[in-house]
Write a protein that binds this ligand. Sequence first.
Ligand SMILES: Cc1cc2nc3c(=O)[nH]c(=O)nc-3n(C[C@H](O)[C@H](O)[C@H](O)COP(=O)(O)OP(=O)(O)OC[C@H]3O[C@@H](n4cnc5c(N)ncnc54)[C@H](O)[C@@H]3O)c2cc1C
Length: 372
Amino acid sequence: MRHRIAVVGGGPAGLAFARVLHRHAYPVTVLERDPAPDARPPGGTLDLQEGLGQLALDKAGLLAEFRALSRPEGQAMRILDTDGSVLRDWRPRPDDRAHPEIDRGQLRDLLLGPLDIRWGRHVTQVVPGGREGVRVHFADGRQETFDLVVGADGAWSRVRPAVSPVTPRYTGVTFVETSLDDVDTRHPDLARLIGDGSLAVYGVNRAVVAQRNSGGHVKVYAQFRAPLDWHTDLDLEDAEAVRSSLLALFAGWAAPVLDLLRHGTAFAHRPLYVLPVPHTWPHVSGVTLLGDAAHLMPPLGAGANLAMLEGAELAESIATGPGDLDMAVRAFEEQMWERAERWARLTMAGLERLVSPDPAQALAVFDQVQPS
Ligand SMILES: Cc1cc2nc3c(=O)[nH]c(=O)nc-3n(C[C@H](O)[C@H](O)[C@H](O)COP(=O)(O)OP(=O)(O)OC[C@H]3O[C@@H](n4cnc5c(N)ncnc54)[C@H](O)[C@@H]3O)c2cc1C
């Protein structure tokens, strides 16, 4: 029997879920708030790990296409001291496919493929327990009913309240994101400094990280510990004011590192929030969560990977299981909670050490995970 299944959100979690169902010729409705795929900038680069994001792509039949698009050289990582001296410089072997990088926009297009997305469908509430099924309410006043509603709608999920009362809390760390375009031509010195992958500089309670995307685009993240209202005297829409405030915050750091902020174009404010760990809920028939909606954690290379693998696993168990939707979802939730708790603890501990009063802690984090 084919159930009426909807997934709310067309991010990595929702698209991986829909794409694996599609591979099994199982119908699914994707409800996405954005009016079109290119309605907003897709965001920075993602590294997809073997056994996580890459496994999800394999389940979707997309691993070969991913390999053709991704950038194994993007696994390179250089760490500088705040005076500009090089502390570490890791380069991947040519055959290293452990966690190649891919632009988010490329990943989204790869997953979208033949999927039929309902764009511009802003879900406001999900109400389980009805005789006709789970009711989905939209911002335009319309309603629809499904047998299963999967919340893959990110940090500020509108599906989550149907299963759990928790809300994200601020970690005490804020990122301000900026970017450089056409870096190889316009800023060749910075291009050389960044290399093929990422550059990170760790100071006391702050860091600057630059990540190369494809096409000479670089995302730069100024990271620092601050109260949530650190910007009360600052107009976040005023790029020059934000730039000056960041240059003051990182005063005394090496000139090329500050140039990453000096040459940045627009600035986006991204305070980091997390969900409590562990985050579980008494099973609710007809509703579940995937990805950031279920386990928002610090952005240390796991969130999109887990989101995609969860989407692929839930889809596979629905499409290939014996047909009991509730049993498939219950089994999936147990597996997701256990794995997500492990990663949430790891990434929380990682954030504490990466943006910490002792920069040597940050170096130690990398020394533990990088081959010597
Ligand atoms: C700076 C930064 C760097 C990161 N780097 C990495 C990395 O290298 N590797 C990694 O694995 N992870 C990384 N992450 C984490 C990763 O971005 C997230 O974990 C991942 O995007 C979660 O995917 P998702 O599909 O659960 O949610 P999202 O990506 O947030 O997608 C949610 C989707 O739901 C839609 N939506 C939201 N609300 C509604 C609604 N009410 N109705 C309908 N649709 C709705 C949104 O428009 C969006 O399309 C990074 C995060 C940040 C901030």
